[in-house]
Ligand binder design. Structure first.
Ligand SMILES: *Cc1c(COP(=O)(O)O)cnc(C)c1O
Length: 440
């Protein structure tokens, strides 16, 4: 019997590649995110990752001080998760989620509802943090539409970050690089992040925005703004803003893509507030660095606004890989780890290590300010720097030469390491920062 499948000889494929380095081959066809290729043509090849360590093709090891954008919080290639994914891969890989269902998604919805703030009732799947927010924004807009109200304005924080698709990008105030797209944005009004100095002003600004516009939703990162250099604010101030939104039937959307799954010391940062959001978006460590997936959860009230005898009021948003069973199995295994005593102890251990480190450096002459929430620690250097300027790359190199992967945001250095980072590894990260402070 003749096989129609073309036989691919892996040896011959390898042969083409063997006389060129990964770095050279990378440059031929790849286009990297957030990269000006004319100035920064080189990308460092990583061949392996395990626990808190990345292995370069140059033979060097790097401690992953930011858990690869806070995804691999349980450690890279975590054995418990690997086992679960392996089992799931033998069982069911992918199925259309419109009209079909499967146990990994059902079980994940049950487990998420157990750990989410208790007003959350429904789970909607998508692929990444941007789409999770896109879904949240669309849900909020259609919620009002379905109720016969025309509401088209979104309120968001200045300097917030919600992703790079159009809705999410419109809501992102941190848009220095969004110039080419601004003409196409949805209508967003901005308020500053709150502090005890400005909260009263913010509340009056909020009220005037509400008076002059038809506000559909308020989207915010609860307590910590990741991309905005880990800027932090207080729960009681956010509560006051949320209270005004609730009073005016404005749908509140908590973007927990960064803060979710234990990083602030609680499972979700929203737990620090008295008032719970209508919608919560999550991704990143939801799938522990293994595969992309995202979830947007909402209240029964939001969900009910889409129920009708006609199809027209349904939520017609779908991604092909919605609720991919393999991704769901990863998320389930991740939640098991998060809730275990072992990981809860890790979170406490890192939190107090950061506090001690903070005491050591907060008065250093090169340190302008420091802040911490749970395992998230950030310090601002006492120097002026561009977000992607030359100095920023020098500092990045300083860490890499010492085997530490940290990704400075302008003059801010932050640590958000995997929960399993051990004390020695964490000390190496601190030491590299101390050395930098001495050398500056
Ligand atoms: C990373 C991030 C996003 C975007 O998620 P992607 O998966 O990169 O699309 C949105 N919001 C916050 C708070 C994030 O940290």
């Amino acid at each position: 019997m003749r096989s129609d499948v073309k036989h691919i000889d892996p040896v011959s494929v390898d042969k083409i590649a063997e006389d060129k380095s990964l770095q050279q081959r990378d440059k031929q066809h790849l286009w990297h995110p957030l990269t000006q290729h004319k100035i920064h043509p080189e990308a460092l090849p990583i061949v392996k990752a395990k626990g808190a360590v990345l292995y370069g093709d140059n033979g060097k090891e790097y401690i992953d001080g930011i858990a690869s954008w806070y995804t691999a919080m349980y450690g890279h290639c975590n054995d418990h998760i690997l086992k679960r994914v392996g089992e799931q891969m033998q069982q069911l890989d992918q199925i259309v989620f419109a009209g079909f269902t499967h146990e990994p998604a059902i079980k994940l919805s049950e487990e998420l509802i157990k750990i989410l703030p208790n007003n959350q009732q429904k789970i909607f799947f998508s692929d990444n943090g941007s789409t999770a927010n896109e879904v949240g924004i669309k849900m909020a807009l259609q919620y009002h539409f379905n109720k016969g109200e025309k509401r088209n304005t979104i309120i968001a924080f200045e300097d917030g970050f919600h992703g790079d698709t159009f809705g999410a990008m419109s809501a992102s105030g941190l848009s220095v690089y969004n110039g080419p797209f601004e003409d196409f944005f949805i209508d967003v009004k901005r308020i500053p992040t709150p502090s005890s100095d400005n909260i009263e002003d913010i509340l009056s600004l909020l009220l005037s925005i509400i008076e002059q516009n038809n506000v559909a939703a308020f989207i915010y990162e609860p307590l910590v703004q990741g991309a905005n250099a880990m800027h932090m604010f207080e729960p009681e101030h956010l509560d006051k803003i949320l209270e005004v939104c609730k009073t005016h039937h404005i749908i509140t959307i908590a973007d927990e893509v960064m803060t979710g799954f234990g990083k602030t010391g609680k499972t979700f940062a929203s737990e620090y507030m008295q008032i719970q959001p209508d919608i919560i978006s999550m991704s990143k460590s939801l799938t522990a660095g293994f595969v992309p997936m995202a979830v947007t959860s909402c209240t029964q009230n939001i969900y009910d606004a889409f129920l009708d005898d006609s199809v027209g009021k349904a939520f017609f948003h779908a991604h092909t890989y919605s609720a991919n069973p393999i991704a769901c199995s990863v998320a389930l295994a991740g939640i098991e780890l998060l809730l275990s005593h072992e990981y809860q102890d890790h979170i406490k251990r890192i939190t107090s290590a950061h506090q001690e480190f903070n005491d050591r450096i907060k008065n250093h002459s090169k340190v302008k300010s420091t802040r911490q929430k749970g395992v998230i620690f950030a310090l601002d250097l006492n120097i002026e720097m561009d977000r992607y300027g030359k100095k920023r790359y020098e500092i990045f190199d300083h860490f890499m030469q010492r085997g530490i992967f940290l990704r400075p945001l302008g003059s801010t250095i932050y640590i958000l390491a995997p929960y399993i980072i051990n004390t020695n590894q964490l000390d190496s990260v601190y030491d590299a920062i101390l050395e930098l402070l001495e050398e500056l």
